[in-house]
Design a protein around this ligand. Structure first.
Ligand code: NAD
Length: 493
């Protein structure tokens, strides 16, 4: 197993390799400030070795029949199950989320492996007989080639699995680049991939930051790029990869609003909204950032949301009973504190103030407590900016129409949710919300592995999304064959 204090390694062409001459960054437990390991910022020449080995492995791997390719995934699933607890604890240690959240994340990762085991069916083509006399036409799906999978810090276990199992099962070879802030989970996953004994070069792991990403985006042997991270970087990755002729999908940031109607169930809604806002310390792309109360919901929900936020137990995610961990870095904490200050300057009222959190025993951790800001002004910084921290802004409107308008006025479109007991209001919202993931009495509308993770607007650049059938389409190219065979019958035409 990985020695946690050691330099992390890359996995290239079936071997663990030190990154020669690379600079290293500390990987730090955000709750304790303990250094867990050092991650190499891989330079372009080593990216080239990884891309070349993935390209060299591709012709043989694509010829392995799909039913045989998925046997590796069945083995991987069993190994992920067997190492579930260790992987979940690793996520908590490097990311800070609670162990329960980390387990949920790994469960989602495994579900994607399970869905990708259906590739022999999911990759099937279409056949049309007699498109002209004696002529048949069919479409087959073939793998794209080498895929680069670029990941953010906030789901170090799950997000690589939105892509990895589909890419492999479709016959592609891959290079995974985890976030340099949370690279240890993938280091462990690749130990499991090693046990699965994929052919050399089929799955590669390259660590690093922006320069490593850019080397991957520019490498001519890479044909497909997936990215999940912040919107400015998503935009950069999308345009640079596309300019280099690659197919690319880039999922970006978010500013998710939840609408609460006066008829919503009070206890359920309060629990769900606060879980959404403060789970993973607000560091989810599906975190509730704004709650828009409609009419009398202001009076009903303001006090109970504040009470639930104040009651949240903050601490180290491995400790029992903890409901919220730290944010990822001291810089992140300072940025979030700055945004709260800005919100107050802009006229928001502090209902719950989580800026100065000190957790006994974890004084060096990057902790904040939940913060609730009321009377957030439309158009203000705090109303528009992705905070990516445990801050819930409250806004109030008189009608559902105004609430939908407010939700749709933002530049992001990752998620929008409504809380109500009215079917008509829910349908109107589902129909009109400009967001790709919609929740109805759900606060984190994360699609299951067999549905696409459907961001819109500035939350997504591309056409095909992560997971399920979209991933199969993304990792395959279609080939259409028109075929004539002369027969006695077709000779007559
Ligand atoms: P980030 O954009 O800082 O980093 C993501 C990846 O890009 C990392 O691998 C990093 O090494 C690389 N990178 C960073 N700067 C770069 C640059 N200038 N050029 C090239 N590569 C660069 O994102 P993060 O802080 O790791 O993750 C948080 C963000 O991800 C939030 O905005 C969140 O909303 C978003 N996110 C979106 C989704 C989604 O599905 N839409 C899911 C999870 C997270």
């Amino acid at each position: 197993m990985l020695d946690n204090k050691a330099n992390l390694l890359n996995y290239v062409n079936g071997a663990w390799v030190q990154s020669p001459g690379a600079e290293y960054l500390n990987v730090t437990n955000p709750a304790t400030a303990e250094v867990l390991g050092c991650v190499p910022l891989t330079a372009a020449d080593e990216v080239d070795r990884a891309a070349s080995s993935a390209a060299a492995a591709f012709p043989a791997w694509r010829r392995v029949p799909a039913p045989a390719r998925i046997q590796y995934l069945f083995k991987l699933k069993n190994l992920l199950d067997a190492n579930f607890e260790d992987l979940s604890r690793t996520i908590t240690m490097e990311n800070g989320k609670t162990l329960d959240d980390a387990r949920g994340e790994m469960r989602r990762a495994i579900e994607n492996v399970e869905v990708a085991c259906g590739i022999p069916t999911m990759m099937m083509g279409d056949f049309s007989e007699d498109v002209a006399p004696g002529v048949d036409e069919y479409m087959i799906r073939q793998p794209v080639g080498v895929a680069a999978i670029l990941c953010p810090f906030n789901f170090p276990g799950m997000i690589p699995f939105w892509y990895l199992p589909y890419a492999l099962a479709c016959g592609n070879t891959v290079i995974v680049k985890p976030s340099e802030r949370t690279p240890i989970t993938m280091q462990k996953v690749f130990r499991l991939l090693e046990e699965v004994q994929l052919p050399k070069g089929v799955a590669n792991l390259v660590n690093g930051g922006a320069a490593t990403v850019n080397a991957l985006l520019d490498h001519p042997a890479i044909h497909a790029v997936t990215f999940v991270g912040s919107t400015p970087v998503a935009r950069h990755v999308y345009s640079r990869a596309a300019a280099n002729g690659k197919r690319v999908q880039a999922q970006g940031g978010a500013k998710n609003a939840l609408i609460v109607l006066p008829d919503a169930d009070v206890t359920m809604t309060t629990n769900i909204v606060t879980d959404s806002a403060f789970g993973n310390a607000g560091q989810r792309c599906l975190a509730a950032s704004l709650a828009v109360t409609v009419g009398d919901a202001d009076r009903i929900f303001r006090p109970v949301l504040a009470e639930a936020a104040s009651a949240r137990v903050v601490g180290y995610g491995l400790d029992p009973g903890v409901q919220m961990g730290p944010v990822i870095t001291p810089e992140s904490r300072a940025r979030i504190q700055g945004l709260i200050n800005k919100g107050i300057e802009e006229g928001a009222e502090v209902v719950v103030d989580g800026r100065d959190a000190v957790i006994q025993g974890y004084e060096r951790g990057n902790f904040l407590r939940p913060t609730v800001l009321d009377r957030v002004k439309p158009g203000s910084t705090i109303a528009k900016t992705e905070i990516f921290g445990p801050v819930l802004g409250l806004m109030h409107v008189d009608t559902v129409e105004e609430a939908v308008q407010l939700v749709n006025s933002g530049v992001y479109g990752n998620m929008a949710c409504v809380f109500t007991t009215s079917g008509a209001a829910a349908r109107k919202f589902r129909y009109e919300a400009d967001a790709g993931n919609v929740g109805i009495n759900i606060g984190v509308a994360a699609p299951m592995a067999f549905f696409p993770f459907s961001g819109w607007k500035n939350s997504f650049f591309g056409t095909l999304h992560a997971q399920g059938k979209h991933a199969v389409e993304f990792f395959t190219q279609t080939k259409v064959v028109v075929e004539r065979w002369l027969t006695e019958w077709s000779r007559k035409f």
